[in-house]
Write a protein that binds this ligand. Structure first.
Ligand SMILES: Nc1ncnc2c1ncn2[C@@H]1O[C@H](COP(=O)(O)OP(=O)(O)OP(=O)(O)O)[C@@H](O)[C@H]1O
Ligand SMILES: O=P(O)(O)OC[C@H]1O[C@](O)(CO)[C@@H](O)[C@@H]1O
Ligand SMILES: [Mg+2]
Length: 545
């Protein structure tokens, strides 16, 4: 049984044994079906024309009606006759295929939340020459943006014979304030080898009415929106307005962020590339630090609210002695503080490397500096430079009379790790995301973000993507692994720890239940929210297959 939830963004379908499908919207939810076959039959009965002619006649009439009044009509998927796909056994995704959000389960656990599996469908809701697609990139840069653009253009063209694709220049505001760029497979052929986005990007400038007017005026019927959490929220209101106007326009989101702060999905594209590039900075910091007495290398990495890049770059490098992230509070002075740890490590090893995410320690900065309450055009808080601040603090501390002399080098590669082209693995990931988005839009789905869940491509309702930010859970095993790898203190006071446990209790509960005590879990079904967030993986980020 299906029921519609908040603004029809999520259709919930319940099945046996606690199965829940959090489905994505479809044109059929709000555009009336054209009764093609009843029309054909009535014509056939009432006239002397043959049945075949009658079907052809109604189809052509239906085509015209569809174009004018947005009635729905389906067509066989052109991939059926595509030599690349016709040999693939079971190429089309079964309409009942869904992917579980949680793969670690107990014997008697409910089956839990599922998402619709992405991929090509038997029937499509657009004829190739009817499609007029557009692509827009918003928010900060991220490795792989050009690859996604390339693969949407090539996917539409090579798989579905679609040749009308526009690039929107400079983010959301480009819909109404700039010219468009014509995108063809030839134009995008080499772009995956370049960093950035050939379409340009921006923050702010989201005027829903003007954007949808522009979509309508240009006759666009597929909109591919590539961007982070803010962008996906913007895509949601565009979808809602499109639906309110009853337009046959598919709105498909492709999640982008090197911060990896988008929930539900295994990880965002470009993240691997950013972590890899961060190694070069960490390596340089290490070389500098170990070449000089009491050398300290400080590296600042991106991560406004989520410390995934810092955590993964630290784990990958093995040269890092201390990793500081926004999710884990720390303090400088006194027993158990950062200065004490630095002194200890320098005495042990003669050098050390500190990796700090840009959003870490912002509370300490505002304590010691004048509070800066500025925001960017999208409303994101502008952060103060924690790398510079902590470098000064460490230098000042060790410059005191009774302290050891230190040599500190500060490296800030923040923009360098996101302005590069994607690596091989991200390129493959970008290709799959782009192709899944194209299949979804062609199949009439809308209001969805495409994403990898437990290694499978899925369509996720916008509402699930918007409901929270993905963060490192410091009471999870992955952060514990990092602490044991660097052998750094957690810097958490008992009060901090208590708060962290409270904030992230669902995950912690699940982990505890997994290892120690299943009693409580069996006694009481956790609320829906808790069941969902208990899907943290052993590595904090799931890898793609
Ligand atoms: N709630 C919202 N409603 C409508 N538009 C929004 C909303 N939040 C953000 N946007 C728009 O989305 C675009 C991108 O947002 P933002 O600058 O926050 O980047 P992002 O997509 O979160 O990417 P990242 O933070 O990873 O760089 C901007 O044009 C912004 O105006
Ligand atoms: O300087 P900009 O372009 O606003 O981007 C900075 C922000 O973008 C991000 O990389 C997210 O895209 C954050 O980590 C960072 O705070
Ligand atoms: Mg964001």
């Amino acid at each position: 049984m299906a029921s519609n939830d908040s603004d029809s963004q999520m259709k919930i379908v319940h099945g046996d044994a606690g199965y829940i499908l959090e489905d994505v919207p479809h044109f059929a939810d709000y555009i009336p079906n054209l009764p093609v076959f009843s029309l054909s039959l009535s014509l056939f009965r009432s006239s002397s024309i043959t049945y075949a002619n009658c079907i052809a006649l109604t189809h052509s009439l239906a085509d015209r009606l569809c174009t004018t009044f947005f009635f729905l009509q389906t067509y066989p998927n052109p991939l059926r006759s595509n030599p690349a796909y016709s040999v693939v056994k079971q190429y089309f995704v079964h309409m009942d295929d869904t992917v579980p959000q949680k793969v670690v389960v107990h014997k008697d656990s409910p089956r839990g939340v599922h998402f619709r599996r992405a991929g090509p469908r038997q029937k499509v809701y657009f004829k190739s020459d009817e499609v007029h697609a557009c692509i827009v990139t918003c928010g900060g840069l991220c490795p792989g943006l050009n690859t996604v653009i390339r693969e949407i253009v090539c996917g539409l063209s090579y798989m579905y014979g679609v040749n009308k694709v526009l690039g929107i220049d400079g983010g959301y505001r480009g819909f109404y304030s700039k010219n468009t760029i014509t995108l063809t497979p030839k134009v995008v052929n080499d772009i995956h080898k370049r960093g950035g986005t050939i379409l340009g990007t921006s923050r702010g400038g989201h005027d829903t009415g003007k954007i949808v007017d522009s979509i309508q005026d240009r006759g666009i019927n597929q909109v591919y929106i590539i961007g982070g959490d803010g962008t996906q929220r913007g895509a949601t209101v565009i979808y809602e307005e499109v639906r309110r106007r009853g337009l046959k326009v598919a709105i498909a989101g492709i999640p982008k962020t090197i911060d990896n702060d988008i929930p539900v999905i295994d990880k965002s594209f470009g993240f691997d590339t950013a972590v890899e590039e961060a190694q070069r900075a960490i390596n340089a910091a290490h070389v500098e630090a170990e070449s000089i007495e009491n050398g300290i290398g400080v590296v600042k990495l991106m991560g406004r609210y989520s410390g995934f890049i810092a955590m993964y770059a630290t784990l990958a490098s093995r040269d890092v002695d201390c990793c500081l992230i926004p999710e884990s509070p720390f303090y400088l002075e006194g027993k158990g503080g950062l200065f004490e740890f630095i002194e200890k490590r320098l005495k042990e090893n003669g050098h050390m490397v500190i990796v700090i995410a840009e959003g870490a320690g912002q509370d300490l900065l505002t304590e010691s500096m004048q509070a800066m309450d500025q925001k960017d055009a999208s409303g994101n808080k502008l952060l103060q430079d924690v790398g510079l601040w902590i470098s000064h603090k460490i230098k000042d501390h060790f410059a005191r009379k009774d302290k050891m002399p230190i040599n500190l080098k500060y490296i800030d590669p923040t923009y360098m790790i996101r302005a590069i082209p994607s690596n091989a693995s991200d390129n493959v990931y970008c290709t799959l995301l782009a192709q899944s988005a194209v299949h979804g839009a062609m199949a009439g789905y809308t209001g969805f973000t495409v994403g990898l869940v437990n290694g499978r491509q899925t369509y996720i309702p916008f509402i699930r993507i918007n409901e929270r930010q993905n963060k490192v859970v410091i009471t999870d095993r992955m952060w514990a692994r990092l602490l044991s790898s660097t052998n750094q203190p957690s810097f958490l006071s008992p009060k901090d720890l208590e708060e962290a446990k409270k904030a992230e209790s669902p995950t912690q509960l699940l982990e505890e239940n997994n290892c120690n005590d299943v009693g409580d879990a069996e006694k009481e079904q956790p609320p829906k929210d808790e069941q969902e967030s208990g899907n943290h993986t052993d590595n904090g980020i799931k890898t793609q297959n």
